[in-house]
Design a protein around this ligand. Structure first.
Ligand code: ADP
Ligand code: MG
Length: 461
């Protein structure tokens, strides 16, 4: 029972914390008992237990309690088996990094290694699979430049942007590319969280020299999500020294964060300013075109696994319209759609997609109303509201009406009959016809395409 609940809490935590933090702090926890409101875990070290208690204790307690296993206290015991591995870790030094390129493969030379966190490079995150559009073209170009090697022109390269916009993807792509071009180069990629973990470990094992040597011997250092070290003073200090040492040696540094350097609260001013010495580029929120491009490329990839799945025209466009800027959400939607389609063996129509993705669509609903759409479209075409709802069929009225129906379908979660009703009590087949018509026209009539795009932007703004 508790095991089961713990499993679920772990899953939630993984979602909340992200893979790196989860692997570092939660994965090594082992639930060894639960009685009288005390949940007991074995941990690799005391430090580890303290850290988890301080940072995640409340969350774990709540999660277990909510799941039906009332817990008011957590107890962390250092387990013997794990302690032995820890000793091995100490002997080997903490300076091993799994994402170390060099001889191609990640180093992995002992059981202790498995316990050490390391950032693996995701084989899917390459330049080839990165779709370039307006919002990310600068970041992409800068990443390319760094990956090409040659003289270091900007140091560091600082990439920033919101969640799921491709920062990690670009960093991995740089690492893969350098690894491919120069198999001997020492490229170190890790999250800021891991940087801190290693730093703290080396303090604990009194191996600061090993730590410093390891970090100062790389050719390219990439630290992902550097906002994580905000407020963590000694880690920042060490980061600053490492950073300076590498810059002095003319070694390339690539940093990412969710915000611009100047906006990271709790980051020392000297670090903020140092981070701005190089090139700071941001990944903008995705726009419709980029989302569509990404969807097309990912759909192609999915078709390799699900060759029988058929997507109706307009489905990808619909998703690109409706799903938020976070590419991860977009990917999730597509994956689900393919899995669903292959299970039920049906073509994925707009309706199927809406049904299958209802929760995701609701979550990223931009709350545009049909009334707003009708008003904006009428405005745009200089019509009266009543024209939009009237039975008149003259092209000058019918076309804008169709545009409004199309936008209602694309931008809201309302069903076809509901949309029909709001347009002066029309039938749902009229709405279907309108949607198809505008889709066709968009492809051949640039004026219509422009109108629709403009209206969409205004409505979503
Ligand atoms: P971040 O690190 O900025 O939070 P990630 O790099 O982890 O975001 O990207 C989230 C997901 O979206 C990944 O699966 C990544 O491959 C995908 N992704 C983001 N941007 C693009 C893009 N331009 N082309 C292809 N895939 C992308
Ligand atoms: Mg990331």
């Amino acid at each position: 029972m508790t095991e089961h609940t713990w499993g679920r809490v772990r899953e939630e935590l993984q979602q909340e914390m992200g893979r790196d933090a989860f692997n570092n702090w939660i994965k090594p926890l082992e639930l060894i008992g639960h009685e009288d409101g005390v949940a007991r875990f074995s941990v690799p070290t005391n430090f580890f237990g303290d850290w988890v208690a301080r940072n995640y204790g409340d969350r774990i307690r709540e999660g277990l309690t909510k799941g039906g296993c009332a817990v008011d206290r957590l107890d962390f015991t250092v387990s013997k088996a794990v302690r032995k591995q820890d000793d091995t870790a100490q002997r080997n030094g903490v300076g091993k990094v799994q994402a170390f390129s060099g001889n191609g493969a990640a180093k992995n030379d002992g059981p202790a290694e498995a316990e050490l966190p390391g950032s693996k490079l995701d084989p899917r995150f390459t330049f080839d699979s990165f779709v370039v559009g307006k919002p990310n073209e600068l970041a992409h170009a800068a990443a390319r430049r760094v990956a090409e090697g040659g003289p270091v022109t900007f140091n560091p390269l600082f990439l920033y942007g919101g969640v799921g916009l491709g920062k990690t993807h670009l960093m991995h792509a740089i690492a893969w590319e350098i690894r491919r071009r120069e198999p001997g180069a020492r490229v170190l990629y890790l999250s800021a969280e891991q940087f801190m973990y290693r730093f703290v470990q080396s303090l604990r094992f009194k191996d600061m020299i090993g730590f410093k040597e390891m970090f100062r011997s790389v050719d390219v250092l990439m630290v992902d999500d550097v906002q994580f070290i905000a407020g963590k003073e000694s880690t920042q200090d060490e980061f600053f020294h490492t950073f300076n040492a590498l810059v002095d040696q003319n070694k390339q540094i690539v940093i990412s964060a969710d915000r611009a350097p100047g906006e990271i609260d709790g980051l020392e001013d000297r670090i903020k300013s140092r981070l701005q010495w190089g090139l700071v580029v941001d990944l903008h929120p995705t726009d419709y075109e980029l989302r569509l491009g990404i969807l097309q490329s990912k759909a192609e990839a999915q078709l390799k696994y699900y060759p029988d799945v058929r997507l109706a025209d307009g489905v990808l466009e619909f998703l690109a319209h409706r799903i938020s800027t976070n590419v991860r959400v977009l990917e999730g939607a597509l994956t689900r759609l393919f899995a669903f389609a292959s299970l039920v063996g049906r073509e994925v129509t707009l309706e199927v997609a809406q049904e299958c993705l209802a929760d995701i669509l609701r979550a990223s609903d931009r709350k545009v109303t049909i009334d707003e759409i009708i008003r904006k479209v009428a405005d745009h075409y200089n019509l009266r509201l009543s024209d939009m709802l009237s039975p008149r069929r003259a092209r000058s009225v019918a076309r804008p009406r169709q545009v409004a129906m199309f936008l209602s379908k694309m931008l809201t979660s309302k069903s076809l009959p509901e949309i029909g009703r709001r347009f002066g009590g029309r039938d749902h087949t009229t709405v279907i016809h309108a949607v198809r018509k505008i889709e066709e026209l968009k492809a051949v009539d640039s004026q219509i395409a422009e109108d629709v795009e403009l209206l969409r932007r205004m409505l979503e703004a």
